[in-house]
Design a protein around this ligand. Structure first.
Ligand SMILES: C[S@@+](CC[C@H](N)C(=O)[O-])C[C@H]1O[C@@H](n2cnc3c(N)ncnc32)[C@H](O)[C@@H]1O
Length: 323
């Protein structure tokens, strides 16, 4: 997964006059902030940390959002996403990903409370396609009680980790009261992130939403805090990204957990099972960790003799839906 060329260029242009050594130092403090559960305020208020965020975090959250939106498109091909709401948008990473996946997108509203994130988001968007260029940015807290703008889909990408319990529920309740059809929540692929996704899942089921992905059923989740539900998106690193991270590899795997809730009369492509871990592909057999539509979890070994199933298993990846 690579950033769109225009976005990569816009970031590099913005960073051109920033000393890389300082960005490298800032990266360590950005990682520490997020590791310790601090919110983004300290990151977006400091130009070096912001630069580090753009170089090293934005590609990851963009890549993950693109992966999740592609899954929404695959599972619910009939859902027309012409208006999208990016809540806790930061510099707009998820909105860029949405533009790539939903070619029908005509209106974007981004709500974010940190003004510097909006300023840089606007500058990056100025290089993007028309829907991004004309996006509406609102400097607001998600805790305020007003009505949300109308949208087909709302996304909260890496936001719930920065909110208290009551704030999260009130934010979800606001979405329920608006005519939004799909809610996409993305969290880090850690046990904590998974726990927050389970809360969203429980909330969604209680409010009558359908689980469009990743769950193949709405029974109790068979995963646990030792073997939690998460996935990985492979992100290609740009030259500057590698330098900022002192990284040797040309890519990194960003782990994430997610939930897509849906309501209304709209068909969802059924899924027999979801691959919830890295497949092991040996010679003549494949092992797939599966969350199944009957509510169970199983590591299934599929040999060459089961031709059809074997072919599907060889093509499957971590995160694939088996239909
Ligand atoms: C880790 S960043 C993620 C940014 C972006 N969604 C992404 O995926 O790259 C979390 C964002 O949520 C915003 N945020 C957190 N709580 C918020 C709130 N109550 N109201 C508005 N924005 C909030 C932060 O300011 C920050 O920009």
């Amino acid at each position: 997964m690579q950033l769109p060329e225009t976005l990569q260029e816009a970031i590099e242009e913005w960073i051109a006059h920033t000393p890389l050594k300082q960005v490298q130092r800032a990266r360590e403090s950005v990682s520490a902030f997020y590791r310790e559960g601090a919110d983004s305020h300290a990151v977006f208020q400091d130009p070096m940390r912001l630069a580090s965020y753009l170089l090293t975090r934005l590609p990851a959250t963009y890549g993950v959002a693109r992966n999740v939106f592609s899954e929404l498109r695959a599972r619910v091909p009939g859902l027309v996403v012409s208006r999208l709401l990016d809540l806790g948008a930061g510099p707009g990473s998820a909105a860029w990903a949405a533009v790539d996946v939903f070619s029908e997108l005509r209106a974007l509203t981004l709500i974010e409370r940190e003004r510097p994130a909006i300023e840089i988001g606007r500058r990056l968007a100025a290089r993007g396609p028309s829907v991004l260029l004309h996006a509406e940015w609102r400097c607001e807290s998600l805790n305020s009680a007003g009505e949300l703008p109308e949208a087909d889909v709302a996304v909260l990408s890496y936001v719930f980790g920065e909110m208290g319990e009551a704030e999260k529920v009130s934010c979800l309740d606001r979405m329920e009261k608006s005519p939004i059809r799909g809610i996409v929540v993305i969290e880090p692929g850690t046990p904590e992130g998974y726990r927050r996704i389970l809360q969203v899942r429980d909330w969604g089921l209680a409010k009558g939403f359908l689980l469009a992905a990743p769950c193949p059923h709405s029974l109790q989740c068979p995963m646990s805090s030792e073997n939690w539900c998460h996935f990985a998106a492979r992100i290609e690193r740009s030259r500057l990204h590698r330098l900022a991270k002192d990284g040797v590899l040309g890519y990194e795997d960003e782990k994430f957990s997610y939930m897509i809730l849906l309501r209304g009369e709209i068909p969802v492509v059924p899924c027999r099972a979801r691959v919830v871990g890295r497949p092991h592909k040996g010679s003549g057999h494949v092992q797939l960790p599966l969350c199944k539509s009957d509510g169970g979890y199983e590591i299934r070994s599929i040999g060459k003799s089961r031709k059809e199933e074997y072919r599907a298993a060889r093509g499957a990846d971590w995160g694939s839906a088996l239909v």
